[in-house]
Design a protein around this ligand. Structure first.
Ligand code: XMP
Length: 519
């Protein structure tokens, strides 16, 4: 990257990504790496400053992460947050002790010395720590205190090493953003040049350098990430790119037409459709287990890619819409015990024997940055603000066996639900639309029949569950408190308009313990 870069070293805090976000929000590029990343990986980035995250360890635990010593000799500013501050203190011969009064929640932070990092005065700061600093390392002065932490912030202005015991990255610390800005602009003296336009220019150069005159294949799914990745590559290499859209028969109503039209109208880019619905339904015949559905669908996608690659005389490169959280997750996998809840077939799901090199232009971007790039490239809001839709599509919302008839029933109910939410302005469809809206909403067809009465007739038909959630990151989610009147209208319409459905239920489970999808 040809711009000022910060490095965030992750000591295992649940808030590390918030630090990364906060830095990026200031138009400064930063990379998040594990605390024990190779020295050369960090040094090669030529960072203008380094932030050490918090973490769950105590510096005196046997296998506690420690501050890599080379960091002290890089000659760049350091900012340790919570555990990061303790690791810095320990490495520089200060003293960290277990605190008898653990400090969780909001504290009054009193700034005791004028400094470049924290503005003068008394502020609310959010604490979450057991250990605390007892003795500052030589060369440091105390900058601030709270009732329980006499050394709540410290600094060595000569070496430009700083530490804060509280968490500036969480919203509960109102001056947190200002502190991060002070570190970036007054201490590290970086230039805020990480803008959508600069990212696009840089990506285009990188894509051109990477692929040269080779041909590239892209499979656009209509999702935000794959659309923006494809659009970027098209902008860089034009007709060297061949883009396909796979019609799995498992898409939402009108989805395929909308996506193809959007690409054509906004970018003048042709999307070549591969009609494969029959193949997918054949593969899914008799399958009811969710993981088996995913695996069947994933394998079919791969075979379609392979055929397409053969038909195009083997392009060297494949575009992938990998985004930064996927990259960060993949390194954290060995840090914490992770269990497979669901296999996301389109996240790193390509088989190794596929002979493609990957073009991943969004590898360093968060979702909202991807949206900004999409917008700057001229993609329509309908693509840029599209709700996430799982790779296996409606198959994992059609519980039990996936047949054309059942998917049709689900698709019709889903369309009523979405249309009614759109009318009520409860789906975010552009930057300006209501943020109170749902983040993801869909219908699920249950493998259950219930008795009902319509007219004077007994019915024995399917149940539709409605699922709507609000979330920032899709890692946790709350069920949306939709107005009762709206739910009543949707239920009424589904039962009246969708043949074969006589009951509608609303899912009121948060994540955790539920997941967003039902399978
Ligand atoms: P869960 O159900 O795990 O979903 O709470 C979190 C987010 O991921 C989406 N999801 C998938 N996306 N392939 C995908 O590309 C998949 O197999 C898959 N399964 C779930 C889900 O829609 C939600 O946005």
């Amino acid at each position: 990257m040809t711009q000022d870069t910060l490095v965030i070293l992750d000591f295992g805090s649940q808030y590390t990504q918030l630090i990364t976000r906060l830095v990026r929000d200031q138009s400064v590029f930063c990379q998040q790496l594990p605390w024990n990343a190779n020295q050369s990986t960090v040094v090669d980035l030529n960072p203008r400053g380094i932030i050490l995250s918090g973490g769950p360890a105590s510096i005196y635990m046997d296998d506690a992460p420690t501050l890599p010593h080379y960091l002290l000799d890089l000659g760049v500013p350091l900012l340790g947050i919570c555990y990061g501050m303790q690791a810095l203190t320990h490495a520089l011969n200060g003293e960290v002790i277990p605190s008898t009064d653990k400090e969780y929640g909001k504290s009054a932070l009193e700034v005791s010395k004028e400094n470049l990092l924290i503005p003068e005065g008394t502020h609310v700061a959010w604490m979450s720590h057991g250990d605390r600093i007892k003795t500052l390392p030589p060369g440091f002065v105390s900058l601030a205190k709270t009732e329980n932490s006499p050394l709540a912030a410290m600094g060595d202005p000569t070496r430009q090493f700083y530490g804060v015991q509280f968490h500036p990255e969480v919203k509960h610390t109102p001056i947190g953003e200002e502190i991060v800005r002070n570190f970036l602009f007054d201490i590290c003296c970086v230039n805020p040049r990480w803008t959508p336009e600069s990212i696009i220019d840089q990506s285009i150069d990188q894509i051109k350098n990477q692929v040269g005159p080779s041909r590239v294949l892209s499979a656009a799914s209509g999702g935000v990430d794959s659309s923006v990745a494809t659009a970027l590559v098209f902008k860089a290499i034009g007709t060297q790119l061949e883009s396909v859209f796979v019609d799995t028969g498992l898409l939402r109503k009108d989805e395929q037409e909308q996506v193809i039209l959007s690409f054509q109208e906004s970018l003048g880019m042709p999307l070549h459709t591969i009609q494969a619905a029959d193949l997918f339904f054949q593969d899914l015949k008799g399958i009811t287990d969710p993981e088996q559905k995913r695996s069947k669908i994933g394998n079919r996608f791969i075979r379609i890619f392979e055929e397409q690659a053969r038909a195009l005389d083997h392009p060297d490169f494949l575009v992938q819409g990998t985004i930064y959280p996927d990259v960060v997750e993949s390194y954290s996998a060995d840090r914490v015990h992770t269990e497979t809840i669901k296999t996301h077939h389109n996240v790193g799901g390509l088989p190794e024997e596929m002979d493609f090199k990957l073009v991943e232009p969004l590898r360093y971007l968060f979702k909202d940055e991807v949206r900004k790039i999409g917008k700057a490239l001229g993609l329509p809001d309908s693509l840029v603000w599209r709700q996430p839709f799982p790779g296996p599509g409606l198959a994992i919302r059609c519980l039990g066996e996936v047949t054309q008839e059942r998917v049709e029933r689900l698709r019709a109910a889903d369309n009523i639900f979405i249309t009614e939410l759109e009318k009520a302005d409860l789906i975010r469809t552009s930057e300006n639309s209501s943020i109170q809206g749902t983040s993801q909403c869909f219908a699920v067809l249950l493998p259950v029949k219930t008795v009902g009465v319509m007219g004077d007739q007994r019915t024995y038909e399917d149940v539709i569950a409605l699922r709507a959630v609000t979330t920032d990151d899709f890692m946790t989610a709350d069920w949306s408190r939709l107005p009762a009147e709206l739910l009543a209208r949707i239920s009424n319409r589904v039962v009246n308009e969708v043949p074969g459905v006589n009951r509608v239920v609303y899912d009121i489970t948060s994540k955790p313990p539920g997941t967003i999808e039902w399978e």
